[in-house]
Write a protein that binds this ligand. Structure first.
Ligand code: FNR
Length: 395
């Protein structure tokens, strides 16, 4: 992350700007309406998305002085893995609508920066191809869990992900149907059909639909995806709508995944405790960046009570609304062990492909490093960064 910051100090005029607001603006300029609506849009009136960002403003960092700190220690241990930084890439679907280098650019950038890449089930590349682009990286696989009658597909996905070196499984629990998203409804965009950067459907997201399509059509997914056109409504047979799973069914995933399992989308202490009972290794406190339930409680407000209830039993991680280094600090101070970045890196992808993603991650890490130093916090470990470092700002 040093080079991003040093280039700024040397007064070099950057090809990519440094603030979240500028990334958002530039991505808006570059992207066609459909892609922009999908990334920028939220559920309903966008209330939850806004609330996620506002929640960070209600906490202030309290700097301490004359603490000998040369460079803060940013390393962290999560899910039994040693990580260089306390941030990771949140799973985001269909990168092909943001940049022609799609998941390859993101997987490679994550590897080069040294942060975990979480691959979405709704990706526009195969599991194997994304893994090859991240061969020396830390990679986790996010599962949109197919309905029970498709257990064989789930098994196949898990097998392929494990064989491709994905170490942790992230199971998203909040998206068994898509939220009410006016932006996507206006453009007629369905993220479970792969589109090119102009929004034209060119195939199905891998692997759930591809596998089912292949199984139903003689075992082979077509090389020429135009053959899929007539099967456009096909997708809702496989994952959506509704949920057929219960907490009991997590046993199935445990039996079929030989590695840590993380539940994404937890918002309540009750569900966090159920995750512990089910033998999960981690949870991600998330409301999907405000894309599912409009008028939902801000994700940040759910964090501390959950950490207090189960933080010593599994790894509590966080996403939704993280935009800057100080946001990362606040989530860590409230007890998260790892913080996922969502929209910002996709704006980087839209602006500059692999380099754009690297730039955004480098900027957030440089900001984190500097803000820790200026706050007198010498590491991201809980003995140095905890609730004593922040205070509630009265509203
Ligand atoms: C997402 N998110 C998401 N989550 C998931 O588990 N699987 C997925 O395929 C996707 N796809 C997706 C697409 C887009 C365009 C966005 C913006 C988000 C949710 C994501 O992992 C994360 O929870 C949020 O992005 C975090 O909120 P912020 O950082 O975007 O505010």
């Amino acid at each position: 992350q040093g080079s991003v910051y040093e280039a700024g100090l040397r007064g070099e005029k950057p090809s990519i700007p440094y603030s979240y607001e500028a990334w958002e603006e530039l991505a808006h300029e570059k992207l066609p309406k459909t892609s922009w609506g999908y990334i920028h849009g939220s559920a309903g009136a966008g209330t939850t998305d806004q609330a996620n960002k506002d929640a960070f403003k209600r906490w202030g960092i309290i700097p301490s002085r004359l603490i000998p700190t040369v460079r803060p220690d940013l390393t962290t241990a999560v899910l039994g893995r040693q990580l260089a930084y306390p941030i990771a890439l949140a799973p985001v679907g269909v990168h092909s609508i943001f940049h022609p280098d799609k998941e390859f650019a993101v997987a490679k950038a994550a590897e080069e920066v040294g942060v975990p890449y979480t691959m979405s089930t709704a990706s526009s590349t195969s599991i194997e191809d994304a893994a090859a682009a991240n061969s020396n990286g830390e990679r986790w696989y996010q599962l949109y869990w197919p309905q029970k009658e498709h257990d064989s597909i789930t098994k196949s996905i898990l097998k392929r992900a494990r064989a491709s070196g994905f170490t942790a499984l992230v199971v998203t629990l909040d998206t068994y149907i898509l939220g009410w998203r006016p932006c996507d409804l206006d453009t007629g965009y369905n993220p479970f059909l792969i589109a090119d950067t102009t929004g034209v459907a060119i195939g199905m997201s891998d692997p759930v639909f591809r596998e089912q399509w292949a199984a139903d059509h003689g075992g082979k997914y077509p090389d020429d995806e135009s053959q899929l056109k007539e099967s456009a409504p096909y997708w809702d047979r496989v994952v959506f709508p509704g949920v057929s799973h219960s907490w009991e069914d997590l046993k199935f995933l445990k039996e079929n995944w030989d590695g840590p399992i993380v539940l994404k989308g937890i918002q309540t202490v009750r569900d966090a405790k159920k995750a512990v009972e089910a033998g999960m290794d981690g949870i991600i406190i998330s409301n999907h960046g405000g894309r599912q339930v409009d008028g939902c409680v801000p994700s940040l407000d759910c964090l501390a009570p959950i950490v207090d209830a189960v933080g010593d039993k599994l790894d509590v991680m966080y996403d939704s609304g993280v935009r800057t280094g100080s946001d990362v600090i606040k989530a860590l101070a409230l007890g998260a062990k790892l913080v996922f970045i969502g929209r910002p890196y996709i704006y980087g992808l839209a602006i500059g492909g692999q380099e754009g993603v690297k730039h955004v991650l480098g900027a957030i890490l440089a900001d984190l490093d500097l803000t820790l130093q200026l706050s007198g916090i010498s590491s991201v470990k809980s003995q140095d960064l905890n609730r004593d470092c922040i205070q509630r700002i009265p509203t």
